[in-house]
Design a protein around this ligand. Sequence first.
Ligand SMILES: Cc1cc2nc3c(=O)[nH]c(=O)nc-3n(C[C@H](O)[C@H](O)[C@H](O)COP(=O)(O)OP(=O)(O)OC[C@H]3O[C@@H](n4cnc5c(N)ncnc54)[C@H](O)[C@@H]3O)c2cc1C
Length: 400
Amino acid sequence: MATSYDVAVIGLGGMGSAAARHLAARGRRVLGLERFGPAHDRGSSHGGSRIIRQAYFEHPDYVPLLLRSYELWEELCRDSGADLMTTTGGLMLGRPESRTVAGSRESAEKWGLPYEMLDAGDIRRRFPTFAPADDEVALYEARAGFVRPEATVDAHLRLAARDGADLRFGEPVLSWAPLPGGEGVRVVTGAGTYTAGHAVVCPGAWAPELLAGLGVPFTVERQVQYWFAPRGGTAPFRPGRHPVYVWEDAGGTQVYGFPAYEGEGDGVKTAFFRRGTAASPDSLDREVHPGEIADIAAHLAARVPDLPGRFLRGAACMYTTTPDEHFVIAAHPGHPQATVACGFSGHGFKFTPVVGEILADLATTGATRHPIGLFDPRRALTGGAAVCSPDRRDAHEVTP
Ligand SMILES: Cc1cc2nc3c(=O)[nH]c(=O)nc-3n(C[C@H](O)[C@H](O)[C@H](O)COP(=O)(O)OP(=O)(O)OC[C@H]3O[C@@H](n4cnc5c(N)ncnc54)[C@H](O)[C@@H]3O)c2cc1C
């Protein structure tokens, strides 16, 4: 039986759950469709922790969104009663001219964000778990920390449901398309056909299939998160002593990590920022291989002397990367009845609450006060994997 909604949200992961929450809070009749269960570990929003920071080396234009995101995280913690965010301070480490250090400093300066610059001696004295080389420095940002991705998705979903959203799990969307005449969309799943005034499409690593018509050359990458038990125990790695960090080496490779925190047992989590391999979400290799563990272990041993210690476990996750590593958030250029959010390029989670707000703005009013010019899918984007052939442009079909 066809049911009509104001907005159908396709994909209830990091971004879709936030969109559903913001739309339901504005009194819209929301349908949410998700192929897996709530807060699952098959996409891009699992693994217990995600770094949040404001002095953003990726581009200064992200900073106003981060400031709003921090406000919304606090609101979300209050409204849901969940413990979602821990401020630990953050070190952006590398040579002074590295993108990680210089880019963070540029953003902090441009927006007047508080920060400290530390030389190698300062870093060793204040944070003895780290062993920088003499020519390395760090930008220290007291407001950095981490959020809990599964608990955040769960909080957004619970609040959306409380406000009346109809959330359906285990129901993959097979296709979506504008209705003839242009008023609204039709969404087909294995269980039925729905109509809605508008679609918000947030499919994460399934964007190459569900948003082929955008013509953005996305690359889906497999990225592994690793947990190690430090030599000598976790006490020196607790929040307050061991901040979150991103550490860039002379070759531009970035490794990042977290303190040991409640719920993580006796381990600390680390990962390479961008050293993934091309992957497909339906055939992702979830096994973590000895060569990969040896690779990150060698990288850590030179920088965090109490690591790697003992390997505990690993978990594969996916990035959906655009050629310039900036997001895609916009009204669909071909279909004004749809809003899209995808291509978060491995750094999107810290924005989930503000992306939810932006998607609700775009779906209900066609505009947003937030600066999203950087995320226009029509910008010049070349490279990556070609996923769009001309005959698929308007199909939006998931091939079974
Ligand atoms: C290892 C790793 C570490 C990261 N670290 C950080 C970090 O420290 N800080 C940070 O800010 N970001 C980080 N990120 C990035 C961040 O987690 C992602 O950018 C963010 O989670 C993406 O959210 P999403 O909603 O686009 O994808 P997802 O959360 O995967 O949601 C997409 C959803 O769509 C559903 N879906 C897809 N197709 C269909 C369909 N046909 N029908 C129904 N449902 C469908 C999927 O099942 C999924 O639930 C990291 C990512 C990884 C993998």
